[in-house]
Design a binder for this molecule. Structure first.
Ligand code: ATP
Ligand code: MG
Length: 390
């Protein structure tokens, strides 16, 4: 069986039946409803989006998937290029004549109108392309119009081809960092506002966004003053439940025998995070294990953390404050420790401990079990913190 650290879809995609069913049903319906998916890092958001795309495409719906992280540098120029390229390529089969976005860019400013005419596109589509291309070629500096046309291209192509389409924007909160022009002026929040207004009027296109920074995503979609307030259905992606965990084992490690309650321990240490299961599974395969007990599982986890821990967590930790790290280390060392005890153990004053617990919960690194008691949402991270001196 082949393990993967990339997003998965199709045969290797495990579980998530309810959310996939809901997404597919709503997005394929006539309702004008979009979604916002949130969930901690590596919980499987992108995989859910890609699996949904795969199923919707079988129903003849055009799905354009874009990850904001793939836009480098995160400028309007690059964004427009990537959006248009993805849109044209997804609509390719439905267009009268095949062409690529690069061909448009390579066509001289004077020839472009004739070029577009020859493609037999609707006048709206031709205009969308003309306007956004001229911005990318720096023949125009109307940045808002360029973005507007880039989004409208999806709607207008849908109308022209008589199809429905879905725009998926993965890592959506990062859009807020987008810049434009030679001085790198910020334009992110304006774009998000614009996106909202456009989608309000779109009749053929629906929007799905996703992100792992729960707080930022909430500011964009869930708060009363947020641009997308009440426009998108919010869905949080949880860890694998026990059935999904069982399904994962059956598919990826069908031969492995568990001794005593090692299976339950594996579920616990992985926190049901699919990425952790892929990493641990890969190591079990690498060690050619046929059976596993508690001691061997500890060894496997240790080895995974040694190989992948730094790569997985170091950069992430660098985004946290020193007090947050201390609080996390305290919790990692003694799970379930009360704030006052963390304060004593880590020499951080109690108010700061509480403030940190609060921000860490907002970032979904820890979750509250009951008043004053927290646990890690990713036990592998806790393990790594406990084993490493930072
Ligand atoms: N349903 C699933 N079945 C099997 N493996 C999965 C599933 N969902 C995710 N994975 C695995 O988990 C890892 C993370 O998946 P994915 O990239 O979809 O998560 P993500 O939430 O988008 O992560 P990130 O926060 O890095 O964007 C990958 O190794 C992927 O193969
Ligand atoms: Mg992702």
């Amino acid at each position: 069986m082949s393990f993967s650290l990339y997003s998965v879809s199709g045969r290797d995609f495990i579980g998530r039946h309810k959310i996939i069913e809901e997404l597919v049903k709503e997005l394929a319906s006539k309702n004008r409803i979009g979604f916002s998916l949130s969930g901690i890092r590596r919980i499987g958001k992108t995989s859910i989006l890609k699996e949904t795309k795969r199923i919707l495409e079988k129903k003849g719906i055009t799905v354009i998937y874009i990850s904001v992280w793939s836009i480098v540098p995160l400028t309007v120029d690059e964004f427009t290029k990537i959006m248009n390229r993805a849109t044209i390529s997804e609509f390719q089969k439905k267009l009268p004549k095949k062409f690529k976005f690069e061909q448009l860019l390579a066509t001289g400013a004077k020839a472009i109108t004739t070029f577009l005419q020859n493609l037999k596109l609707s006048s709206n589509v031709a205009q969308d392309l003309e306007v956004s291309v001229s911005y990318v070629r720096k023949e125009s500096d109307d940045v808002e119009d360029a973005i507007k046309r880039s989004f409208s291209l999806i709607e207008d192509l849908s109308e022209m081809t008589g199809t429905k389409s879905i725009l998926i924007i993965d890592e959506f909160p990062s859009l807020a960092d987008m810049t434009y022009g030679t001085k790198n002026q910020k334009i992110g929040t304006q774009i998000i506002q614009l996106l909202r207004t456009l989608f309000e009027d779109f009749k053929h296109t629906k929007l799905v966004v996703s992100g792992s920074f729960r707080d930022t995503l909430q500011n964009l979609v869930a708060k009363e003053r947020a641009p997308f307030y009440k426009q998108l259905l919010l869905r949080q992606i949880p860890p694998f439940n026990e059935d999904e965990f069982e399904e994962f084992l059956k598919h990826y490690l069908p031969e492995l025998k568990f001794q005593d309650n090692t299976k339950a321990q594996l579920y616990k240490i992985s926190s049901g995070v699919p990425y952790n299961l892929q990493l641990i599974g890969k190591e079990i395969q690498h060690m050619e294990l046929k059976k596993i007990d508690k001691k061997i599982l500890d060894k496997v986890v240790c080895s995974v953390l040694k190989k992948e821990g730094d790569y997985s967590f170091k950069e992430f930790v660098s985004s946290l404050s020193p007090s947050e790290i201390k609080v996390l280390k305290g919790l990692a060392k003694s799970p379930g420790l009360a704030p006052i005890e963390i304060s004593r153990q880590e020499f951080v004053d109690e108010n700061s401990v509480n403030a940190c617990l609060n921000t860490l919960e907002k970032k979904a690194i820890i979750e509250k079990i009951k008043r004053g008691r927290y646990r890690f949402t990713d036990n592998m991270f806790a393990c790594w913190l406990d084993q490493n001196s930072l």
